[in-house]
Each structure stands twice: as structure tokens, then as C-alpha cells.
Write a protein that binds this ligand. Structure first.
Ligand SMILES: Nc1ncnc2c1ncn2[C@@H]1O[C@H](COP(=O)(O)OP(=O)(O)O)[C@@H](O)[C@H]1O
Ligand SMILES: [Mg+2]
Length: 360
């Protein structure tokens, strides 16, 4: 069993509190991503799981067994974990076969078995036939595939990945997401993945831990952290968002509320259990969850607001709008097939299904 328990772990560098009483449970065979801005403590957390850093307080357990606390450390080489880094860290003087076989040779695995396991691993990462190549003759994406194969061939119970795609260009990064997710499914190894890129986290993870200011702000499936953020920090970090202050006018048993956003603008949103009629709420509305309609529609329907297109930008697969509503600017992203021009009056409609309220 490779489930990981991080329990009230704290880490300081001097007076800099980098990991602040963090608790996280990662299930066996789960793909969990630590997501947050640069400097929030992701690498520090990963290095504590790996055993390169010791917590100042709290403990880390794997499969129920203590591996780290402030006075005890299982050394990294006895944790059965693999690691993949941003800079590939493959050995330049070894060819692909030698790079991948290295860990097996250290474990005194026989020649024939080594050959078979390396071949199988290279097939999994899509490098069959490149056994004799040297890293200097390969692209960044191929080198990272070598690094993945090298880490996985020794069959660790846990693979730790620290921004492994950050050095690759956008198209390759997108391709490699599929490769990494597929590898995790096929090997059944627990993956702990660190990134600052929310799209990467959403695309691959079973659960995402959004970290800011040394704390886990939210831990949940990708759909939850994107659509139902725990607070403004999470809402903001997960991409472009409109945060609209309003007041709850009606509330049903299922947590569906009627929220007043303006004198003649009343919208439906789901709100947290602690919400109350008359209370303040901040609606979290993603740009893709707002529709623009012909202006006349707003007169007959209270759920629509009148607005004016401030700036329309054609971006190919969608059109980005900045829309003035009640003196506030909304960000809207809509299909490119229904363009509204700069200065044009519009009716603004928020999709009630996707609209979520924060009570802070
Ligand atoms: N070995 C170290 N000594 C001193 N400060 C460190 C050390 N490692 C990291 N830090 C500091 O801890 C903070 C978090 O770093 P890190 O965990 O690398 O962040 P992230 O991976 O989220 O970008 C940063 O302010 C960084 O400067
Ligand atoms: Mg880092």
C-alpha cells in the first residue's frame, strides 16, 4: 500500500515559514497534484515526501508507517520512490538504454530481465528503437520520456514529479500530459505531481491540492476546485474569473439561491450551507459561463442585465469580451460565431448551473 499521509507538517527556512501546518492524504494509486504559484512551498513539500528534507513539526506516513518527523527520517533510498525533475537530469554520457537500465543494474537485476524491462518501459513512453541515442541527440520531450522510463523501470510505489513539463513548449506539454496520465494508469503507481500550471493539474489529476501561502487552500477533484472554489485565492488562481458581490434574497432547501446583483438583476446560484437569506455573497462566475444576447432581451427578463461591449477581441476558437454592467467590467468568453461589436448594447446572462456563491 502506498497511501501517503502528511499530518500537520511544518517547514521553515530560517524565519521563512514555507509549509504551514499542512495535512494531506493521498490514496494508493491516486494521481494528486500540488498546484500553486512559484514560492508557495510545493517543491519543499515534495522534498519532504522524498526524504531530502526533514519537517520541523508533524509527520509523514506511507502505508501507515512513519517515514519522517522532526526526529526521525527514513533515508530516501529506502522509501521506494522515484523522482522526475523539470531539467530532465538524464545522464549525458549514457545512451537511452544505459540511462534506463542504470537503476536495475544497481539492484543487480540480471542481463536478460534488464533488457526485457527496459524494452517494455521504452515502449510505454514511446521511445522504442531509440536505445542507442544519447540525450544530446534528443528533444526536451524525448529526454523527459527517458527520465520517466528511468524512474519507473525500478517499479517504485510512488513517483514524485516536480514541474516535469515546464521546460517544454506548449504543444509538447499538452501531448506529454496524456503520456504521463496514461503511464500512471498503466503502472498503477501513486503519482504526486507538482506544477504552477492549472490546466496541467486539471487535465491529469484525480485530486488537486491548491496551495498558497504555505497552506492547502482546497483539496478536491478538478471540477470542484475550478467550479466550486473554497475561497477567492483559489477562484483567482484557477483562471480568469468574475467575482460579483450580491445579496441573497431567497434560498431553497437544496442550496439554490436567488441573488440580487443590481436593482433589476436577480440571478440563480448555488451557495454554501452556511448561506442565509439577507446575507452577502460573492458569485464566482467563469467567463465561459456568461452568455451575451441581443440587448432587447434584458427588458423582459430580470435574470438578464443590460450591458455594453467595451472591447471585443477575436481569439479564434472563442471571442473575449470586456462588458460594462452597472459600472463594473465583466470578462466574457463566448463562441466566435455570434460576435458583438465594441460599443454595442447587449443583454448579459449568467448560466445558473455553473454559478457558485462564496460566503466569506
Ligand atoms: N534550501 C532552502 N533554503 C532557504 N530557503 C528555501 C530553500 N528552499 C526553498 N526555500 C524558500 O522556500 C519558499 C518555497 O520554496 P519552494 O518550495 O521551492 O516553492 P515552489 O516549489 O512552490 O515554487 C521560497 O520562498 C524559497 O525561496
Ligand atoms: Mg518548485
Amino acid at each position: 500500500m502506498a497511501e501517503i499521509e502528511i499530518i500537520n507538517v511544518t517547514k521553515r527556512f530560517g524565519t521563512n515559514l514555507v509549509v504551514d501546518n499542512v495535512s494531506l492524504e493521498i490514496a494508493d494509486k491516486e494521481f494528486v497534484t500540488l498546484l500553486g504559484p512559484s514560492g508557495c512551498g510545493k517543491t519543499t513539500t515534495l522534498r519532504m515526501i522524498a526524504g531530502f528534507l526533514q519537517p520541523d513539526a508533524g509527520e509523514i506516513r506511507v502505508g501507515g508507517q512513519l517515514i519522517s518527523n522532526a526526529t526521525f527520517m527514513t533515508p530516501p533510498e529506502r522509501r521506494n520512490m522515484g523522482m522526475v525533475f523539470q531539467n530532465y537530469a538524464v545522464w549525458p554520457h549514457m545512451n537511452v538504454f544505459e540511462n534506463v537500465a542504470f537503476g536495475l543494474q544497481m539492484k543487480k537485476v540480471g542481463k536478460q530481465e534488464t533488457k526485457e524491462r527496459v524494452a517494455k518501459m521504452l515502449e510505454m513512453v514511446g521511445l522504442s528503437g531509440l536505445e542507442g541515442r544519447y540525450p544530446g541527440q534528443m528533444s526536451g520531450g524525448q529526454q523527459q520520456r527517458v527520465a520517466l522510463a528511468r524512474a519507473l523501470v525500478v517499479e517504485p510505489t510512488i513517483l514524485l514529479l516536480d514541474e516535469p513539463l515546464s521546460n517544454l513548449d506548449a504543444k509538447l506539454r499538452e501531448q506529454m500530459r496524456f503520456t504521463i496520465k496514461d503511464l500512471q494508469r498503466r503502472t498503477g503507481i501513486t503519482f504526486v505531481y507538482v506544477t504552477h500550471d492549472q490546466a496541467e493539474a486539471l487535465a491529469m489529476s484525480d485530486r488537486v491540492a491548491v496551495i498558497q501561502l504555505g497552506k492547502v487552500q482546497q483539496y478536491g477533484p478538478p471540477g470542484d476546485v475550478y467550479k466550486r472554489p473554497a475561497n477567492r485565492l483559489v477562484a483567482d488562481f484557477m483562471g480568469l474569473v468574475n467575482l460579483l458581490p450580491g445579496k441573497i434574497e431567497r434560498l431553497d432547501d437544496e442550496g439554490q439561491a436567488q441573488v440580487r446583483l443590481g436593482d433589476d438583476w436577480l440571478v440563480t446560484a448555488s451557495v454554501p450551507a452556511k448561506a442565509a437569506v439577507g446575507g452577502k455573497v460573492t458569485l464566482v462566475v467563469r467567463p465561459e459561463d456568461i452568455n451575451l444576447l441581443p440587448a432587447g432581451r434584458a427588458a423582459e427578463d430580470q435574470s438578464l442585465a443590460r450591458g455594453t461591449v467595451g472591447k471585443m477581441t477575436f481569439l479564434g476558437n472563442y471571442t473575449d469580451y470586456r462588458v460594462e454592467v452597472n459600472g463594473r467590467e465583466l470578462r466574457v468568453q463566448a463562441a466566435s460565431s455570434t460576435p458583438f461589436a465594441d460599443g454595442e448594447p447587449v443583454a448579459v446572462q449568467i448560466d445558473p448551473v455553473s454559478c457558485f456563491g462564496l460566503c466569506e
